[in-house]
Unconditional design. Structure first.
Length: 320
């Protein structure tokens, strides 16, 4: 018995390291296949990818249609009226260059003035106060426990900033106003308030400006002895009075309404197509990342296991 053990140990010691490592190599080649490309791994899991993306897309589409809050957007198109008149250019004593003339004739500056006015803090609060929109805009936010001492004015203004927007197109010369609300009728009504109050504010400013200018010109005409200068001043006074009367009776003296406020019968947001497409892309990306991560982890664990087994066989330890 002892002789058999001694002969086995002698035979094991006589085997070269290359011979001892050969079974491990054959074992490694038999148990650990080469790593597959990422596209092949994903193609093998196409059923899982199709199921995950389909469920996520349908679920998000259901949420967008039946659960998410619907927002409607009202839209109005205005055409700003240029402030330049031919008679006003004729009485100018300074030479007018072509660029300066284009800057005056083109209503870009007028559109920018309208956009600044309609989005200003004072105009927004005055409109809300005139039409008693405080409760509709604040809702229940003012009475939340963590919002006990807010400034209602700034809350209203921030709410209007989120819901109202305007855009000016240089190619068409039109100024487009937008307003969003959960209620379709309220969106159209509030945008109508924007248009009406903007017209009223511009009319008030025009009447006030022309009245003050005419008064100053009358005082100047009364104090000057030059007859020619008096005639020119009287002509300017007549122009100011004409502009004042025009602002009082003409509804389109500052801008012309191309398209009155209107709201589509379909919600502006959320977009079912956008929400579903975003869910599809995000789910596909996350699913591919999980599948590839699991494949790399499985392959790494197999390599470590084979490395441990190869080390045991190289040392001559029995494989468990």
């Amino acid at each position: 018995m002892a002789g058999g053990e001694n002969s086995a140990m002698a035979h094991a010691s006589s085997v070269t390291p290359e011979a001892r490592a050969q079974p491990a190599g054959r074992r490694a080649g038999r148990l650990q296949p080469p790593r597959l490309p990422a596209l092949v791994v994903l193609a093998r899991s196409w059923k899982l990818l199709a199921c995950a993306t389909s469920v996520a897309t349908l679920a998000c589409a259901f949420l967008a249609i039946f659960v998410m809050t619907k927002w409607y957007r009202a839209e109005a198109v205005l055409r700003p009226v240029s402030e330049v008149m031919p008679n006003r250019l004729a009485i100018s004593e300074r030479p007018i260059s072509a660029s300066a003339l284009l800057d005056q004739v083109m209503p870009v500056s007028r559109a920018e003035e309208l956009m600044t006015t309609v989005g200003s803090f004072q105009f927004s609060l005055a409109m809300v106060k005139n039409h008693h929109l405080e409760r509709a805009l604040l809702g229940t936010k003012h009475w939340r426990p963590w919002n006990q001492h807010p400034d209602p004015s700034w809350e209203i203004y921030r709410t209007l900033q989120k819901r109202f927007s305007c855009d000016y197109s240089i190619s068409t010369g039109n100024l487009t106003l937008y307003y969003q609300d959960r209620d379709r009728t309220m969106a159209q009504t509030i945008l109508g308030f924007y248009v009406d109050d903007l017209r009223a504010k511009l009319r008030e400013e025009q009447v006030s400006t022309t009245t003050a200018t005419a008064k100053s010109l009358r005082e100047e005409a009364a104090s000057t002895p030059d007859t020619l200068l008096q005639q020119q001043l009287f002509q300017l006074i007549a122009e100011q009075v004409q502009q004042q009367k025009l602002a009082m009776v003409d509804a389109n003296f500052a801008f012309k309404i191309i398209d009155a406020p209107r709201v589509s019968d379909k919600p502006y947001s959320p977009s079912v197509l956008l929400v579903s497409g975003l869910a599809f892309v995000v789910t596909l990306f996350i699913s591919c990342l999980i599948i590839l991560t699991r494949e790399l982890r499985t392959y790494g664990e197999g390599e470590r296991e084979l490395a441990r087994a190869s080390g045991r066989e190289t040392r001559g330890d029995p494989v468990r």
